[in-house]
Design a protein around this ligand. Structure first.
Ligand SMILES: [Zn+2]
Length: 438
């Protein structure tokens, strides 16, 4: 008999939900070494095979892959709750854009992204996809907090303090990527804001860069009925048809929101193997509509979940999004079987990883993948009884039940406390921003 193999970490739990396969494992242990998962085995077999340097037991928890927030604007967490109860166009024009042009600096983005990173990590989100000005400042904030992130390089056709025109946005964005692409928890994508703010010439250049650099493209798409109607009136085609004509669609194309889709656009998304990010809370709060998610999933389209920015949500809470997605799909289709809990959990984990082109490294607890892991306590009296932990994660648990979080095998939240961020100092900086932004 060989001696037990020394490893960095073993996590034993009441339940483990690896996502691949989708079943729940009772009293198993997850073994981690050098940031990666090396095994998942019955807890009784652990000591014979492994000698972990650190060992933790979660007797009333479920261990699951870290949640993937596939769309946010992290820095906008500083604008949380600043303007509620207004539709998208007025919300942007009267409340968000004026404050952004007056206040958005690298310091704003760094502090807002740090605030968002703390909220997301404490809520079990280990990876986000972000889209905002000064992406280098957000990237450094996420990296410092320990969060994994896909950094969107924003593109607009109009000037802001960050850049002057589409070429300038691409130039400064790609320079930020060049400066930071050594950071292992970060990947990069091109993030044209929306078809109505980025013209054909700029989209054509984005497509060229995406192909040359093998970068995904994600953009807000057909979020409101008015947006779609204006596109049809102006160009005679839907936004998606236009982007298809410009060569933007394909397996590397991610449509955010995709609330208003006719049959032609759904077919286009499916045949081009595009993905969709569903942001139910933001769509409900801005009264944008209900994305046809159950139908998209039935057509084989990959769908992830996103919170959107805290300014239109007002929380970065994927537990809330999971429950809303499940309930909305049922009420929208009149079918109680639409989007069962396992399908929603898939969207928030492995499905999200796939949409962000990270499926090979995260999204499930299988040997070889990064150890991005969340422990969720299902042992409180208001959780009882627990017949099915998957159902509980979607319909019962809240993010406050997340106790511990690991990214690449590093515990970045310990008993609800972020390990790498000075939270009192962050709170003080946030109060200063609140005084300025009010
Ligand atoms: Zn958004």
């Amino acid at each position: 008999m060989t001696a037990p193999r020394p490893v960095d970490l073993a996590l034993r739990a009441r339940w483990i939900l690896p996502m691949e396969p989708g079943c729940v494992l009772d009293d198993h242990a997850l073994v981690v070494d050098e940031g990666r998962i090396v095994d998942l085995l019955p807890a009784a077999d652990l000591s014979a095979r492994f000698a972990p340097r650190e060992h933790a037991t979660f007797a009333r928890h479920v261990l699951m892959p870290g949640l993937v927030n596939a769309h946010t604007h992290a820095a906008m967490t500083l604008l949380r709750g600043i303007a509620d109860d207004v539709p998208l166009d007025a919300w942007l024009r009267d409340h968000i854009w004026p404050r952004e042009s007056a206040f958005v600096t690298p310091e704003f983005v760094h502090d807002g992204a740090t605030l968002a990173a703390v909220e997301m990590l404490r809520g079990g989100i280990t990876c986000c996809s972000d889209m905002y000005f000064y992406p280098d400042a957000a990237a450094q904030a996420f990296d410092a907090a320990g969060l994994r992130a896909v950094i969107g390089l924003p593109v607009l056709d109009f000037p802001t303090p960050y850049a002057s025109d589409a070429d300038d946005y691409l130039r400064v964005g790609l320079a930020a990527r060049d400066a930071l692409k050594h950071l292992p928890r970060l990947t990069w994508m091109l993030a044209p804001h929306a078809p109505y703010t980025v013209g054909d010439a700029a989209f054509a250049r984005i497509v060229t860069y995406a192909r040359q650099l093998d970068l995904p493209i994600q953009t807000h798409l057909q979020e409101t009925r008015a947006e779609l109607d204006e596109a049809l009136a102006r160009t005679g085609e839907t936004e998606l048809a236009r982007l298809d004509r410009l060569g933007a669609t394909g397996p590397n194309f991610v449509a955010i929101h995709a609330v208003h889709l006719g049959a032609g656009d759904r077919e286009r998304l499916a045949t081009q193997r595009c993905s969709v990010v569903h942001c139910p809370a933001s769509n409900m709060k801005l009264a944008s509509g209900i994305a046809p998610v159950a139908g998209l999933v039935a057509q084989g389209i990959d769908v992830a979940l996103g919170t959107d920015g805290a300014a239109s949500n007002n929380r970065l809470d994927l537990f809330a999004e999971m429950r809303l997605a499940a309930l909305l799909a049922k009420v929208a289709t009149g079918d109680a079987a639409a989007l069962p809990a396992a399908a929603v959990l898939h969207m928030a984990t492995l499905g999200g990883a796939r949409v962000l082109s990270l499926e090979a490294s995260i999204g499930s607890l299988v040997p070889g993948k990064q150890a991005d892991v969340v422990a969720v306590d299902l042992g409180e009296i208001d959780d009882a009884p627990v017949y099915d932990p998957i159902s509980h994660l979607v319909h019962v648990a809240s993010r406050e039940r997340v106790s511990d979080v690991w990214v690449a095998g590093e515990r970045v939240v310990r008993d609800r406390v972020p390990v790498r961020v000075d939270v009192p100092a962050l709170a003080a900086r946030t109060r200063l921003w609140q005084q300025k932004l009010r």
